[in-house]
Design a protein around this ligand. Structure first.
Ligand SMILES: *Cc1c(COP(=O)(O)O)cnc(C)c1O
Length: 339
């Protein structure tokens, strides 16, 4: 286990299933073998990729004696919902900050989906009015932590930009890389590609660095959901280099290993695209899989697009990493318009 020397708590149901998507392959008329890695099924408070990441952030927090977790995210953040859930499981408090990052939205965006789950779990919620101001949002969070310290609490901050914080969460995806390799070697003749979402880059940097540290050269295609491809690749590489050091393989990741596709982003973070809407219905109608508008719908659209464009060969085994996001479906009433 590459991440063994780092503190970890158990939060996720692992291993998650790796399943075939033969109906989707038939619907797309492809002879490529399509697979889905079900990280929507990680269990913690409706699942998703943050459960794996939080095993290491919260591991570090508990090691430091934290009694309250703080984090920040968009109003419909899965990360914030999962962080509150992790705090509840550990029996400690959660103080969170929601950023108004998505301009165009229905009233449900403010009240349903993840917001509803956060309120049910009973966290203290603060709002940050500026949408795209990562540094400002993080600073505000540290100010909140300082106030808690004054009151005698031991806060632990999970900042989102995380460029100055060790990317502990990415260790959860180093573990996922090991888990995937164990699953593929027992079930496939070859493993030819994996398509992943690339947001804060925690998932993408962890999985690519994990594969390379284990000597696996499989291409990892990151789909942009937050920013353009050039800045995203830069971010994944920087984070990946830190991860590589943390697991004791400092030179395992090369710049050319990091590939991001910017076509999936559309107008921006959390704004629906025609490709994402189509992927939502294709995956639901053929595989009973639910993808969300912000992350997995766009990643699914990028995956389907690569299959249609003939980027993979006959009998290749390609994996779509499903990172969850189910609650957000209930914050986007446009998903059911005209259905
Ligand atoms: C956060 C999130 C992502 C993006 O993962 P990062 O590690 O931030 O890049 C993808 N899918 C879902 C459902 C998420 O909640």
């Amino acid at each position: 286990m590459l991440a063994n020397k780092h503190a970890r708590v158990k939060l996720a149901h692992l291993p998650t299933p790796l399943e075939r998507m033969d109906n989707l392959a038939k619907a797309l008329g492809t002879n490529v073998n399509l697979w889905v890695k079900r990280d929507d099924c990680t269990g913690l408070a409706l699942g998703g990729n943050k459960a794996r990441q939080l095993e290491y952030y919260v591991g570090d927090a508990m090691r430091k004696g934290a009694d309250v977790l703080l984090t920040t995210g968009a109003v419909q953040s899965n990360h914030v919902r999962s962080t509150i859930a992790a705090a509840r499981k550990m029996g400690i408090d959660a103080v969170v900050q929601l950023e108004h990052r998505v301009a165009k939205h229905a009233p449900e965006y403010e009240t349903n989906g993840n917001v509803a789950l956060m309120k049910i779990m009973g966290a203290t919620i603060h709002y940050y009015e500026v949408g795209e101001d990562e540094a400002g949002a993080d600073k505000n969070l540290f100010d909140l932590a300082e106030q808690l310290k004054q009151k005698g609490k031991t806060p632990y901050v999970i900042p989102l930009s995380a460029m100055n914080h060790p990317p502990y969460g990415a260790l959860g995806y180093v573990v996922a890389a090991e888990e995937i390799l164990q699953q593929v070697y027992s079930r496939m003749d070859s493993f030819d590609a994996i398509v992943v979402p690339s947001g804060s880059a925690t998932t993408h940097s962890g999985i690519i660095t994990g594969f390379r540290a284990l000597g696996c050269k499989v291409p990892v295609y990151g789909m942009c959901v937050r920013r353009d491809a050039a800045s995203q690749e830069d971010r994944v590489f920087k984070k990946g280099q830190k991860v590589a050091e943390m697991i004791g393989y400092p030179d395992c990741l090369k710049r050319e290993d990091v590939m991001c596709n910017g076509d999936t982003l559309g107008e921006g973070y959390g704004i629906t695209t025609p490709g994402q809407m189509e992927a939502t219905y294709l995956l639901a109608e053929h595989e009973a899989l639910f993808v969300d508008p912000t992350y997995t719908g766009k990643t699914g659209a990028g995956f389907i697009d690569m299959v249609r464009q003939g980027k993979f060969n006959k009998d290749d085994n390609v994996i779509f990493l499903h990172t969850g996001g189910h609650p957000t479906i209930f914050a986007y009433p446009e998903l059911t318009e005209g259905r």
